[in-house]
Design a protein around this ligand. Sequence first.
Ligand code: PMP
Length: 359
Amino acid sequence: MSRKVNFYPGPTALPLSVLEEAQREFVDYQGLGLSLVETSHRSAEYDAVHTRAAELIRELLGVPKGYHVLFLGGGATLQFAMVPMNLLSGGRFCDFTLTGAWASKAYEDAQKLGRVEVLFDGSASKYTTLPSSLSAHADAAYCHITSNETIGGVQWQDFPETGSVPLVADMSSDFLSRRVPVERFGLIYAGAQKNMGPAGATVVVIREDLLEQSADNLPAYLSYTTHSKSNSLYNTPPVFSVYMIKLVLEWLKGSGGLDAMERRNVEKASLLYRAIDESGGFYRCPVDPRVRSHMNVVFRLPSDDLEKRFITESEEAGMLGLKGHRSVGGCRASIYNATEIGGVRTLADFMAAFARKNG
Ligand code: PMP
């Protein structure tokens, strides 16, 4: 079997060794005589997987004491609502940064649930840059950022200083891709399907004091307290996704952890940005070089026709997922943890050859 090079924005590439291990033990999980996905989520077998996955997130990300790690369903999208539902009780308000399509979706939901102050609105510059600093309101319940905009390709390289105002981050598309100072965040959330595993689980890392402020009149599933009290086993968790997350985290640990992953991700991104910047203007990246994403490299070609041809020919050459998001067009290479550097080199070489032929 020849596997393609995977540049999909998510769901996306998983390490081949993880897929093979899951395949080996899918039908008979470690001699149990059942698949893990046919087994009760209350069984000792699942419990061991669930506990280990949370431990590995703590260890790899460097989660300090006083934070809880939760596995929830509903995607990162549910967190757009759960964060304000839990943290804006008692008429409080939050600060927001509008940095692209995902921040805007989170903002729309937050607005339905409480008052939101916008600290930065990037729409005027078509979401191609980020502010160098923020002035959070001292009495805001939290300040929301999107650490990496998957569609627009902007990424906070340094996190903003917000004083005593807890930073809340949607890290869906760069979670576990680099070191982050977790102690500066009140809450981090991330859907699994970019750097962690198949879709299904969303990880929430929440500081205890925010958990304690949580609204107490929420339906059970929508309350963080419910999930922290029951170790994310209040209801049936997304067992397959959590199982795969555990395998991916073991792979991540064996590959040198977040420092090694960050070095590798920077190297991969540099290959592509170099291919763009050295193309004599054939490729253009609209993003401010200061905040170019190391996960989603967006670029344009001189015309729609050339972009179409680029996608077709890249597919013929074995590279999938390079079409930009339907809302913005253009091209995008998503290069998460499991995308190998060899695949990225293949793309950089393809880009140079395509520019020579069509420039
Ligand atoms: N936030 C970001 C930054 C994303 O990239 C995505 C999905 N692409 C989401 C939120 C929504 O995630 P989900 O589909 O898991 O709800």
